[in-house]
Design a protein. Structure first.
Length: 291
């Protein structure tokens, strides 16, 4: 009797190992599919599904209205049919009308901007200038987010070149103004590393307020970050004045060796590695707008 060949049939142990390997690959691939990353980060949130509109690209008028935040596409068709929308000064009541970014589209007399709003958070490393364009051709924060989206975004507020931490970007002008205007007093928290231990009396003076060359300033809260090393300080402040944290400690003869912003207007750098970015969740955007 001819014996059946077992060359391609693994034994019980072989089958168990094979099944274990297949389960590992399945779980690994599943995790990869669920991960929302940019090209550098494993902790970024996926961008909104709507793509930006490119110059010269023709799109349906109802999409233009929807991207502008006026309404949904279905609702847009009703507004178009009722004559509420004009294109280049003429009523556009025909469904299926196409427009480009070069056309002037108005809804009830108000000019619309069809670009989707983008909200992005960067954990800024030191060595990058917070500007959209630098005449000295130094590295800017835009170099770190230039592949994030097609829309033109810009940093909200500023961190000096040698300061790291939370930096917010958007193309939402209303929200940007709200977050940076002094009257709104948005909270910022910094982790400060000094060249020598901070004297308790100086800490108390900073808490009560001091007079600098450009006026009075006080910390909303200040304390030692590490009781075993009083060179490390946490300071909460709402002022947006230029280099204000460094100038506060310089007033008492301290040099800030390292400065890291860990909190800005409710946003933190938790789970976001240095130099990486992520899109804000809708919940985070809503919280920013409600402040």
């Amino acid at each position: 009797m001819r014996r059946k060949s077992s060359q391609n049939k693994p034994g019980r142990r072989g089958r168990a190992d094979q099944n274990k390997h297949q389960r590992f690959e399945k779980n690994h691939n599943s995790k990869q599919q669920k991960s929302h990353t940019n090209s550098k980060s494993a902790k970024t949130t996926a961008p909104p599904k709507k793509k930006g509109i490119l110059p010269g690209e023709s799109i349906r008028l109802n999409r233009y209205l929807a991207n502008s935040g006026v309404c949904s596409r279905r609702e847009a068709d009703k507004f178009i049919s009722s004559g509420c929308v004009t294109v280049n000064g003429k009523i556009a009541s025909e469904l299926g009308t196409k427009v480009t970014l070069y056309d002037e589209v108005k809804f009830n007399g108000e000019t619309l901007n069809p670009q989707r709003k983008v909200y992005l958070l960067l954990n800024k490393p030191k060595g990058f200038v917070t500007t959209t364009d630098d005449p000295q051709e130094r590295k800017t924060v835009m170099d770190l987010v230039n592949k994030a989206c097609t829309e033109r975004i810009y940093p909200v507020g500023r961190l000096d070149k040698e300061t790291s931490g939370v930096l917010f970007f958007t193309n939402d002008g209303d929200l940007s103004k709200k977050l940076t205007h002094p009257s709104h007093q948005k909270k910022k928290i910094y982790h400060v590393f000094l060249d020598k231990p901070l004297v308790k009396n100086h800490l108390l003076e900073i808490a009560h307020g001091i007079e600098l060359e450009d006026g009075f300033i006080s910390a909303d809260s200040i304390n030692y970050s590490n009781e075993d090393d009083k060179r490390e300080v946490g300071i909460e402040i709402h002022s947006g004045r230029n280099r204000i944290v460094r100038r506060i400690f310089s007033h008492f003869g301290y040099e800030v060796k390292k400065l890291d912003r860990v909190y800005f207007a409710g946003l933190t750098k938790k789970n976001l590695p240095r130099g990486r970015w992520r899109f804000l969740t809708q919940t985070e955007v809503n919280q920013l707008k409600m402040q």
